[in-house]
Design a binder for this molecule. Structure first.
Ligand SMILES: [Zn+2]
Length: 176
C-alpha cells in the first residue's frame, strides 16, 4: 500500500477523546492519553494533525474496552462530523449518506470517499486508501450503523470488500 502522509482535523481527535470521557469518565481519559503519550497535547477542532494519533486512540480503545467499543466510537464520531444539522437528522438515510463524501473531504486530508445508490434501499459507501488497519473498518461500520439508527431506518451494514483483505477498496453496504 502506498505510503502517504495522513492528516485529520482536530475535531476527530477531540471527538474520540470525548467519547472515552463520556463512556468511562475523565479519569479513564487521563489514563488513555497518558498511555498513548498525548496527555500534554491540545488540538483545535479546525487544524490538521497526524492521523497516526487516531490510530493510537482506536487501538487503545480496542485493547482496553473491546471490539464493540470501537464500533460504538464510530457511532459517536458521526455526531462530531458536522453533517448532522437538524435537517439531516430528520432526513432519510440516503440523504444522510450522500453528505458523507463532502464531509469526509473536509475532515480527512487523505483517501477518498464515494457514495452510490445502485438501487433503492441499498447504499454503497466506497472508501479508498482510508483504511490501514482493522480498527478503521470497525469505526466505519459504526458510522454506517449510526446513520441507520439516527434516521430510524431498520436495516443492516455489510462489508463485502475490504482493502485489508486485498480488495481495491473498502466497501460498506447499507441494506434497508
Ligand atoms: Zn475494510
Amino acid at each position: 500500500m502506498r505510503v502517504m502522509e495522513r492528516k485529520t482535523r482536530g475535531r476527530v481527535l477531540n471527538g474520540y477523546l470525548d467519547f472515552i470521557e463520556n463512556e468511562w469518565g475523565a479519569s479513564t481519559r487521563k489514563v488513555a492519553t497518558a498511555a498513548i503519550g498525548i496527555d500534554s497535547m491540545d488540538w483545535s477542532d479546525g487544524q490538521y494533525y497526524q492521523d497516526e494519533i487516531v490510530d493510537n486512540i482506536l487501538r487503545w480503545i480496542r485493547r482496553n474496552k473491546g471490539d464493540d467499543a470501537v464500533i460504538k466510537a464510530g457511532r459517536s464520531i458521526l455526531h462530531n462530523l458536522g453533517i448532522l444539522s437538524w435537517m439531516v437528522r430528520f432526513s432519510d438515510v440516503v440523504t444522510l449518506a450522500k453528505k458523507f463524501p463532502k464531509n469526509f473531504s473536509e475532515i480527512y486530508a487523505f483517501g477518498s470517499c464515494e457514495v452510490q445508490v445502485p438501487r433503492p434501499r441499498h447504499v454503497k459507501l466506497i472508501l479508498k486508501d482510508v483504511v490501514f488497519y482493522e480498527e478503521r473498518c470497525m469505526v466505519w461500520r459504526g458510522i454506517c450503523e449510526e446513520a441507520l439508527t439516527i434516521t430510524k431506518t431498520k436495516g443492516k451494514v455489510l462489508h463485502p470488500q475490504c482493502q485489508l483483505k486485498g480488495d481495491g477498496v473498502c466497501e460498506f453496504v447499507l441494506e434497508f
